[in-house]
Write a protein that binds this ligand. Structure first.
Ligand code: NAD
Length: 258
């Protein structure tokens, strides 16, 4: 379905981003990966699906590196431009507001929110000229409701839903759609750290901490998987979703239904 399209997925060397990159590749999209850590493993995992793959290591907190990445991505695979942009890179820090380190606040706003503005503003001219494009922003249930200790993350995720809605209105009469996905708990390194912190703070096993984490928020008592989120990104990229615009789509096991 996406054969010949160029997809750029930020923060795709791990977790949800890698799951989405693989799902888009399964539909034939060539993929530009971004993110830190092991690059060869993720590149091979995507290439094994029979598509072309590249990686750019831009730090999503740095607008000049983002601009470099966007130019690099536009020039890949025949140099047509980016057709599908998935803004996924994100970090977390948990602390009450009065103790929240100012540098962590700035980093979370830059990586989880402002980077999506920069990539989107740079991707849109090509998409609008082609009259086809998809921007998929990975927000969170925390874009819709709050949890204590996550002020910067909740502010950034509410912000990216606002950006999604506003940009979706601006492009509403075009072939470019802009939407957000709001996952609940997904068992990735970002959440594993919160589980490990909880286990040591409360002196309980990691398994118990995992159960408690789910029981507190997610009525299904199951983690959402990167594969499930990847399939939703595929749907949002399909013709069936041509008129899905500006949504913040929960995949949260009932978290926000409560
Ligand atoms: P993860 O830690 O597994 O992956 C994060 C990715 O972002 C990695 O590839 C990492 O290298 C990259 N990254 C981090 N900082 C970066 C930077 N400055 N520049 C470029 N890349 C950077 O996390 P994840 O759980 O897969 O999270 C992905 C997204 O999904 C985030 O936006 C997160 O907020 C969101 N999300 C996660 C969950 C969850 O339960 N895991 C729930 C809701 C939303």
């Amino acid at each position: 379905m996406l054969k010949g399209k160029t997809a750029l997925v930020t923060g795709s060397t791990s977790g949800i981003g890698l799951g989405i990159a693989q799902a888009l590749a399964r539909q034939g999209a060539n993929v530009v990966l971004n993110g830190f850590g092991d690059v060869e493993g993720p590149k091979q995992a995507v290439a094994a699906l029979g598509v072309e793959v590249a990686h750019h290591g831009a730090d999503m907190s740095k607008p000049t590196e983002i601009a470099d990445m966007m130019a690099f991505a536009a020039g890949q695979f025949g140099g047509k431009g980016v057709d599908i942009l998935v803004n996924n890179a994100g970090i977390q820090h948990v602390s009450p507001v009065q103790d929240f380190p100012a540098d962590k606040w700035d980093a979370i706003i830059a990586i989880n929110l402002s980077s999506a503005f920069h990539t989107t503003r740079l991707a849109l001219p090509f998409m609008l000229t082609a009259n086809w494009g998809r921007v998929i922003n990975i927000a969170s249930t925390h874009g819709l409701v709050a949890s204590a200790g996550k002020s910067a993350y909740v502010a950034a995720k509410h912000g990216i839903i606002g950006l999604t809605k506003s940009a979706a209105l601006e492009t509403a009469t075009t072939g470019v759609t802009i939407n957000a996905i709001c996952p609940g708990w997904v068992l990735t390194p970002l959440v594993q750290k919160q589980i490990d912190d909880r286990a040591s703070r409360e002196n309980i096993s990691v398994d118990q901490a995992k159960k408690d984490l789910l029981g507190e928020k997610q009525p299904s008592l199951q983690f959402t998987t990167p594969e499930q989120l990847g399939e939703l990104a595929v749907f949002l990229s399909s013709p069936a979703a041509d008129n899905v615009r500006g949504v913040a789509w929960q995949v949260d096991g009932g978290w926000t239904a409560q």
